[in-house]
Design a protein around this ligand. Structure first.
Ligand SMILES: N[C@@H](CCC(=O)N[C@@H](CS)C(=O)NCC(=O)O)C(=O)O
Length: 210
């Protein structure tokens, strides 16, 4: 099986790189840029999938998108499934919950704030006040979880951590995320960033602009 990660600069596809580095599984990688001003993916990236957003994963010539699908696919088929929990694990329900919370609830809340800012909607507009309140609620909820467990699913590092770290790292280049005001999230992010595979991932994806 040939796995190709189509890595769009400063985007969710870095999760796939991190996961593969954690697993020590082989993969090919191709790099793509964002356009200036709009920050949209360059046309060659848009051509990889009808929806044209990152991540896109190539599997023997078939391209799939959507972070949850990409990370679940890699977690279950690569590295002997070492970072995917199954129904036999006591942490399975929490694993599923936090794995999906990342892109179904937390990222949409952060992205709506990014889009409101890009669109020039005033910071004190009621929609933006509501949006910041919602983000605060989600961060407090995540912080409470991380105050009681070392990893988001429970006792061990899993693909759910790969899903849940991105909102507190790269996303902060686009929208303020109050990591410092949430001590358990801050400590978690430090632990994740200290992982050798995460550092290898950063060295791969943080390339100087051409
Ligand atoms: N829920 C989708 C969101 C995908 C998404 O919005 N990706 C952003 C990058 S992180 C993107 O591709 N932006 C550039 C563009 O749309 O051209 C997923 O997780 O795959």
């Amino acid at each position: 099986m040939t796995i190709t990660i189509y890595q769009l600069d400063r985007s969710r596809s870095e999760r796939a790189v991190w996961l593969m580095e954690e697993l020590g599984a082989p993969y090919a990688i191709e790099f793509f840029e964002r356009l200036p001003v709009t920050m949209q993916a360059e046309p060659a990236y848009k051509a990889l999938h009808p929806l044209g957003s990152s991540p896109v994963l190539g599997i023997d010539g078939t391209n799939i998108a959507e972070s949850g699908a990409v990370i679940e696919y890699l977690a279950t088929t690569q590295g002997g499934g070492a970072l995917a929990l199954g129904p036999d694990s006591p942490d399975y329900a929490e694993y599923l919950y936090w794995f999906h919370f990342a892109e179904s609830t937390l990222m949409p809340a952060l992205v709506s704030e990014i889009m409101a800012g890009f669109s020039g909607i005033a910071a004190d507009h009621p929609l933006r006040r509501h949006s910041r309140q919602r983000i605060g609620q989600l961060l407090a909820f995540t912080d409470a979880r991380l105050a009681s467990v070392p990893f988001i699913a429970g006792e061990g590092f899993t693909a759910a951590d790969v899903m849940m770290t991105f909102p507190f790292t790269m996303t902060r280049q686009f929208v303020p995320v109050d990591v410092e005001g949430h001590p358990a999230i801050a400590a978690y992010v430090e632990r994740m960033e200290a992982r050798p595979a995460y550092q290898r991932c950063r060295a791969i994806v943080d390339r100087p602009a051409p």
